[in-house]
Design a binder for this molecule. Structure first.
Ligand SMILES: [Zn+2]
Length: 451
């Protein structure tokens, strides 16, 4: 099938600016604190409201209280649905939208047979611009308001991603993907060329609109020591950049990296040698880790992007969440498109719940913990928790309105319960692209689902 089917972008400011206040009335859920540390931190109310003023959260409470604060505000009655903070995806690959669903592989053979040929197609900027529209539509239509994105191995294609995100009004942290060996020759850059290309992209996009730049060696397997030095130089020049890469995803990958860096104590040490790991670092996977690496990740304040659908689809393994939490390592969620199974962060939260039931150290993730992982944990991983991730007064009004279509199973469940925790559990279990009615960033409508 070759027909382009991405709907036209509809971005408009509907939260009134100036002194005007808009109140959204619905069931409201958010987690203003880390629910693993504060189990009672879930805010859940069936007849709740969020007040928006100048793109910020002006109030979040039960409807009567919010109405009393702003008696002259315009009220939109959205009862029958739920308002959640915008979802946050901390690991996703822009070039891989069209290969989602290529099941039956393990990491290294999937890269070789499926992912890297698709990444090579990004050499064509026209192709990249079309995929960028498909990708940003995928994010927005699933309620993902903020994401940490692996761009392409090509600067023009990565610029196309930034342009598409800017056009769409999304919060995106992204960067050129860096590799200089062992992939396909057309995906390799020399460290010098990579350095100049990154600087140019940083100059054009970092801190512009809702965009930020990330330094992204694909993984230690494909990045030589001179390329890791480039990453170190970029981060030293501009300390506000995010650093992201892959780590400890698959036993074969780990063995190959150990062979390529014989002097390194372990996989993490490869990155540590170049000062790449700190509070600004988000490392994808870490499925097969060690106590030493967990302790060091915790000491660095680094975060792990946990991608449970990808871990299942590529047979990578079951993520040791309890060991991460016990060690004090930050964990957020990622979809890992196209190794993962779709753009839905709600689905990742569910998959995390299911896989943790089966883990070596099993645990039962509560709906509050699942919501935290899907929202505020991502904001913390990206050091954006003072701006987004929950509905604390003064934060940006990044939110989604979830209302299931009539006839859906979620609609049936919600029609028969008033219990907030059961409502949230059902949304996390059954919520999908069809359930996302409205997506706002700083109050601006960036996606509208069914009328
Ligand atoms: Zn990945």
């Amino acid at each position: 099938m070759t027909t382009a089917t991405v709907p036209r972008v509809r971005t408009k400011t509907i939260a009134m600016r100036g002194d005007s206040v808009e109140i959204l009335r619905a069931a409201v859920f958010h987690t203003p604190k880390n629910t693993f540390e504060y189990p009672e931190a879930l805010f859940a109310i069936t007849d709740g409201a969020v007040a928006i003023k100048s793109g910020r959260i002006a109030a979040c409470d039960d409807y009567i209280a919010v109405r009393a604060l702003f008696p002259d505000a315009v009220v939109r009655d959205l009862r029958g649905g739920c308002i959640l903070p915008g979802l946050i995806d901390t690991h996703v690959h822009f070039p891989q939208v069209r290969i989602t669903g290529s099941l039956g592989h393990s990491l290294l053979d999937w890269l070789d047979a499926v992912a890297l040929p698709e990444e090579a197609a990004m050499a064509d900027p026209d192709h990249a611009r079309v995929v960028a529209r498909e990708f940003t539509h995928g994010l927005a239509s699933h309620g993902t308001t903020t994401s940490l994105v692996f761009g392409a191995h090509f600067a023009d294609a990565t610029a196309a991603l930034f342009e598409a995100a800017k056009h769409r009004g999304l919060r995106v942290v992204a960067g050129l993907v860096l590799s200089d060996r062992l992939l396909r020759p057309e995906l390799h850059q020399t460290p010098d060329v990579a350095f100049r290309a990154c600087r140019n992209l940083i100059e054009n996009f970092h801190g512009r609109s809702r965009l930020q730049y990330a330094v992204i060696p694909r993984f230690a397997f494909s990045a030589s020591e001179p390329m890791l030095e480039v990453c170190q130089s970029l981060l030293r020049e501009e300390p506000s950049l995010i650093f992201t890469t892959h780590i400890n995803e698959n036993p074969d990958e780990i063995a190959q990296v150990a062979g390529l860096f014989p002097a390194a104590e372990d996989y993490l040490a490869v990155y540590e040698k170049y000062d790449l790991i700190g509070r600004h670092s988000v490392l994808a996977h870490n499925v097969h880790t060690t106590d030493s690496q967990l302790q060091r990740l915790s000491a660095h304040g680094a975060s792990i992007a946990h991608c449970p659908c990808s871990n299942g689809a590529l047979g990578s393994g079951i993520f040791p969440l309890t060991r991460h939490l016990d060690a004090g390592v930050r964990v957020a969620l990622g979809t890992d498109i196209g190794g993962g199974t779709g753009f839905g962060i709600l689905k990742e939260a569910l998959q995390a719940h299911l896989m943790q039931r089966l883990a070596a150290q099993p645990r039962v993730l509560s709906p509050a913990e699942m919501l935290y992982l899907a929202t505020r944990a991502g904001a913390e991983a990206l050091s954006m928790e003072t701006e987004i991730g929950d509905f604390t007064v003064g934060k940006a009004a990044d939110l989604i309105f979830v209302k299931p279509p009539a006839g859906s199973t979620l609609h049936t469940v919600l029609a028969h319960t008033e219990d907030p925790e059961r409502i949230l559990g059902a949304v996390l279990t059954l919520g999908d692209q069809d359930s996302i009615c409205e997506v706002r960033i700083e109050g601006d409508l960036i996606y509208e689902g069914r009328p």
